[in-house]
Ligand binder design. Structure first.
Ligand SMILES: *Cc1c(COP(=O)(O)O)cnc(C)c1O
Length: 354
């Protein structure tokens, strides 16, 4: 029978695999999606309830008040900001603005699952560059992978799922090696969790480098994963191109109000981030103390390079009461959540052959 053909690039897409959820009725800690374990602050819930009264109306398409709040918090002009429906969506808009059919997009691998999908959907050709054995981006190899067909390089810092952050000196050498008409996207979904003094300062880099776009999100440190708010910081000309490809009214009124309330409560939320960072230290030290080899983590998760045993580890961990995220044949990512969840994870990890 004759059928409507899918685009070959779409038919061949790997599915985005969400972190596992607890089976109904079972009690397990969900450490599989890098979510913030803290529930929303009362002030944020109040903003959400307030926003509920207006859902018969379209939201402010330009998220004006939220854009102003972001601009003043991070000291960037509003014309440089594009707010969208989570930074995954914003990345899609960035690629839609600059990638033409057959253009190459270089990205690290293993890295964020959404990258190969977003690149293929945009019509680009993905050029994955392996991370090093200690889970770091190999920026020298990534620069060497740039060809005259390359339009974009994706730099995930800290890298999801392996954990380390890109260092300032590595990034500056990399940017010096990449042509100025190649867009470099610095995906900083976890920037608030970074404590490595050598880590690159993306906003400072952005200030001096017109071909850099920074992606940020409210999903992780700000605890709004369920409401989908992310943004790009780009030169105004690029920002208008990204805006042009964005879904109209992509960020709901409720989400805009919640993000504004979260910025008002930034001190409280960043104190929670400090607690998660401390918990990360306890998880890393506990695992290393058991003899696990775990790369540095500057994010809210840790990476266990389990190779072929990734899936069996994850299955057994679920039975022990923690849901983690396996990447078959490669490793397991464990999000940092509740203190009790770390206890269960460490108790289980001690019993697993390593
Ligand atoms: C979680 C994450 C994002 C943010 O996604 P949202 O769409 O904003 O929820 C972006 N990049 C990376 C690498 C991530 O891990």
């Amino acid at each position: 029978m004759t059928q409507v053909p899918l685009r070959p690039a779409v038919a061949a897409l790997p599915a985005y695999v969400p972190g596992g959820r607890s089976p109904v009725g079972a009690a397990a800690f969900k450490l599989s999606s890098n979510e913030n374990p803290f529930p929303p602050l009362p002030s944020v819930v109040a903003a959400i309830i307030d926003g509920a009264m207006d859902v018969n109306r379209y939201p402010d398409m330009y998220a004006t008040e939220l854009t102003e709040a972001i601009a003043s918090r991070w000291g960037v002009p509003a014309a440089s900001l594009v707010v969208g429906n989570g930074s995954i969506a914003v990345l899609g808009h960035v690629l839609a603005a600059v990638v033409d059919a057959g253009d190459e997009v270089v990205y690290p691998w293993r890295s964020f699952d959404a990258y190969p999908i977003a690149v293929a959907v945009a019509g680009g050709i993905g050029v994955p560059v392996p991370v090093t054995d200690d889970g770091r981006l190999d920026l020298v190899a990534m620069a060497a992978a740039v060809t005259p067909r390359t339009r974009v390089v994706l730099v995930c810092t800290p890298n999801n799922p392996t954990g380390p952050a890109v260092h300032a000196d590595e990034l500056s050498d990399f940017l010096a090696a990449v042509p100025r008409d190649v867009l470099v996207v610095l995906d900083e979904a976890y920037v608030e969790f970074v404590r490595d003094p050598l880590a690159a300062d993306a906003l400072a880099v952005f200030a001096g480098q017109p071909n850099v776009v920074v992606l940020r999100t409210f999903s992780k440190a700000y605890g709004l994963a369920g409401l989908r708010v992310g943004f790009a910081i780009a030169r105004p000309r690029l920002a208008s191109g990204i805006r042009a490809t964005s879904t109209p009214f992509g960020v709901s009124h409720v989400a805009q109000l919640a993000a504004i309330a979260s910025l008002r409560a930034a001190d409280e939320l960043l104190a929670r981030v400090d607690a998660i960072v401390a918990e990360r230290g306890r998880m890393l030290a506990g695992l290393r103390g058991q003899g696990w080899s775990v790369p540095d983590s500057q994010a809210n998760f840790v990476w266990l390079p389990l190779g072929d045993r990734a899936v069996s580890f994850a299955t057994a961990a679920t039975e022990a009461g923690v849901i983690v995220r396996p990447f078959a044949g490669d490793g397991v990512r464990v999000s940092v959540g509740e203190t009790e969840a770390t206890d269960v994870l460490l108790e289980f990890a001690a019993t697993f052959r390593h």
